[in-house]
Design a protein around this ligand. Structure first.
Ligand code: ADP
Ligand code: MG
Length: 690
């Protein structure tokens, strides 16, 4: 009999109502949930350190304990338990805080395993609050004798408690049914007849590092297979939907291209062509436009919008911040108004919303630019044929879905979808992450762009090396971004943080540059205030804009060519790259200072930024420096929620995609694999865009 994975946790021996409640709180409702809740790490009692060789850090030692005494401190309810641990080679001090029962736990002639941190405390080395296990008990228990799983602490569940539960499930592991459909394309480790049962068993009852690796490899494969299969099926579903057929009229498009103050790059031409071709088809486009910061994605979007509006339909453009939305509205209106096109802006701050909504509903407003206010509000469109999402990684999957759900027209036609992102994803990962999307890439910056020069600078050298440069830029009539972490020093600012707030920084700069108009900007300001500051900056009325990272995405002020990022060491590579992308957007040479406090050594990460301005190179570098870095972090943990697989594992991804794609050719077979079908549905809900 295969194990019933859907059975409630209460069916497991030893799980009473109290434990059941705890498990439920931790999100573990079924036997399957339990099986896939894996140890965070493993304690390895096979590798103990002799006390004479002990080094600071996490240690496992085996020894006897003596001289245990409890001291009550002056503070109420606070106790310190001290003792001495000895083995044949040496002795060390051990301390527990607030665990007075430790004094009664040990017998002086028995051996124990102690696992914990050995570190310096008030000038003395000691083992602090270690876990302790009777050595003979560890050996005798039926479990993985010397390799012990440690489960993530969750909602008051203790690792030991979980271990007991798995122990009582242990005989059932052999009856875990297979999940993956049999196929010669599956790698050996994933072949049916027990691969899954074996992997899960090894994950919970690992006896060595190989077990852990085997388990993880299978589980990651299974996860990727599901994800990629779901993406493939999504794509098939998408092909079944109907959309507006927008004729591609080259001469019309040319009339707009001619009005641009610059020639398009080849990459822009190609991407535009791909999009216009998609728009002609009777199925909805589902395309991602990927291009490094400053590559000129907006123009491509404008051309697509133009084509749709000329065909008598509406376009919605969604931006992640109000600042960016109003900037888009302004520049697109400047470009399209001469063609008689009506551009409207709808953000939380928009006045006269009901009037505007009438214009949207009547079709008078043709290009509607907005923030997620567009999603939440009861906006009704009249013939929305194209939705453009700028900086799509800033939107949750839910928000994207909501927009699409509400924009399907009454006649059942779904709008075309164009998503834009500056987050570079190496090709090898695209399939796993965006399997159901077609991708266009702007791999070329506009001509004449000078790459931003980047310099690391300690705050100690501001007077000599920074302020004179700022004066030069101001003298040339150019503008400056000054990025700070905090808004002000009182509110949420941690007292330990050395970071200077936007408000203090602005105060500091005023006497230094008395002729400059200095203003500040942060996310907590009222939308109207933000807009006013940003428009004044864009119009050149503000010389130095001291800002938090609210200017990070999309904002475009070509006359601003100097950026100073305070506490640069506190940001990730991707974010710094985005921030830096705000300068160097015109024809002038641009400069970015990555400033660090006197006490901070510049990291490898900052050096990489100094070396390169290529987003794809930096993404790879980030990958190498930190494993799945922050670039993928959001995707990994947010939208896709990968539990086992790492997006850096390109070999596994390509293996999984081979078998998943083959399976997707016969989607009806899914009916024979109900558990897989259910998993796929979960992923489809996560990744589907329809
Ligand atoms: P991003 O891809 O980061 O969204 P934008 O669309 O904001 O970039 O474009 C950045 C700047 O480059 C804008 O000022 C835009 O007008 C300009 N630009 C776009 N395409 C070209 C081009 N082909 N030649 C010169 N400048 C361009
Ligand atoms: Mg942009």
């Amino acid at each position: 009999m295969p194990l019933d994975l859907a059975a409630p946790v209460s069916s497991v021996k030893g799980v009473g109502p109290k434990t059941e409640a705890l498990l439920k709180k931790a999100g573990l409702a079924t036997v399957k949930d339990l099986l896939y809740f894996l140890p965070r790490t493993y304690e390895n009692f096979t590798e103990t350190t002799a006390l004479k060789d002990i080094r600071p850090g996490k240690v496992v030692i085996k020894g006897k304990i003596s001289d245990v005494k409890v001291t009550q401190t002056h503070r109420r309810n606070f106790s310190v338990t001290e003792g001495v641990i000895r083995d044949a080679t040496d002795a060390i001090r051990v301390v527990w805080f607030n665990q007075p029962y430790r004094a009664r736990q040990f017998s002086p002639d028995k051996e124990y395993y102690f696992t914990g941190m050995y570190d310096l405390n008030r000038g003395r080395y000691q083992l602090t609050s270690p876990k302790a296990e009777l050595a003979s008990a560890v050996k005798k228990s039926g479990q993985n004798s010397t390799f012990r799983p440690v489960y993530p602490a969750k909602s008051g569940l203790k690792s030991d408690q979980l271990q007991k539960i798995y122990e009582s499930l242990r005989p059932d592991f052999a009856f875990i049914p297979d999940l993956l459909p049999p196929s010669p394309l599956l790698p050996d480790f994933a072949q049916p007849s027990g691969a899954r049962a074996d992997a899960l068993f090894k994950a919970h009852f690992a006896e060595n590092d190989t077990d852990i690796k085997t388990a993880r490899e299978y589980l990651a494969y299974e996860e990727l297979f599901e994800l990629i299969l779901a993406a493939n099926l999504n794509k098939q579903e998408n092909q079944k939907l109907k959309s507006f057929e927008i004729p591609f009229v080259p001469r019309d498009i040319q009339s707009l291209v001619k009005k641009l103050p610059f020639p398009l790059t080849n990459a822009q031409r190609l991407a535009t062509f791909e999009i216009l071709k998609d728009l002609e088809k009777p199925v909805p486009m589902n395309r991602l436009l990927q291009g490094d910061v400053g590559a000129g994605k907006t123009v491509v979007a404008a051309l697509a919008a133009f084509s749709v509006i000329r065909a008598g339909k509406q376009v919605a453009l969604l931006a992640p911040t109000a600042i960016l939305a109003s900037q888009h509205a302004e520049s697109l209106s400047a470009l399209l108004a001469p063609f008689g096109i009506n551009v409207a802006l709808l953000t939380g701050a928009t006045k006269g919303k009901s009037e505007l909504k009438k214009r949207i509903k009547s079709g008078e407003a043709q290009l509607i630019v907005g923030t997620h206010a567009l999603l939440t509000d009861d906006t009704e469109f009249s013939g929305l044929a194209l939705t453009i999402i700028d900086e799509q990684h800033r939107f949750g999957v839910n928000q994207r879905q909501k927009l699409l759900a509400k924009t399907v027209a009454k006649n059942g036609l779904a709008p075309h979808l164009l998503m834009m992102t500056a987050t570079p994803i190496p090709r090898s990962l695209q399939l796993a992450i965006f399997g159901d999307l077609d991708v266009s890439i702007l791999n070329e910056l506009p001509k004449g762009r000078q790459p931003v020069t980047t310099r690391l600078l300690s705050e100690l050298n501001f007077t000599d090396q920074l302020y004179p440069v700022v004066r030069d830029f101001l003298a040339k009539g150019q503008q400056v971004y000054w990025i700070c972490k905090k808004i002000d020093d009182t509110a949420s600012g941690k007292p330990t943080s050395e970071a200077v707030s936007v408000k203090r920084q602005a105060e500091k700069l005023r006497p230094l540059f008395p002729k400059a108009n200095i203003a500040f900007l942060h996310g907590k300001m009222k939308p109207a205030e933000k807009d006013a500051v940003m428009s004044a900056f864009a119009a050149g009325k503000i010389n130095i804009l001291v800002s938090t990272t609210v200017v990070e995405v999309g904002v475009n002020v070509p006359n601003a060519n100097l950026m100073v990022i305070m506490n640069a060491n506190d940001y990730g590579l991707a974010q710094l790259h985005q921030l830096r992308g705000r300068v160097g957007r015109g024809k002038d040479a641009a400069l970015c200072f990555l400033a660090t406090p006197a006490s901070v050594e510049p990291s490898r990460r900052l050096r990489e930024l100094e070396k390169s301005t290529d987003g794809f190179y930096l993404a790879e570098a980030d990958l190498k420096l930190r494993g799945p870095g922050e670039i993928y972090g959001a995707l990994q943990h947010g939208a896709l929620n990968l539990q086992f697989a790492s997006l850096t594992d390109t070999k596994l991804i390509s293996a999984a995609s081979k078998s998943a794609k083959a399976f997707a050719k016969t989607p009806d077979r899914l009916a024979d694999f109900p558990e897989l079908a259910q998993e796929i549905k979960k992923y489809q809900q996560l990744t589907t865009l329809n």
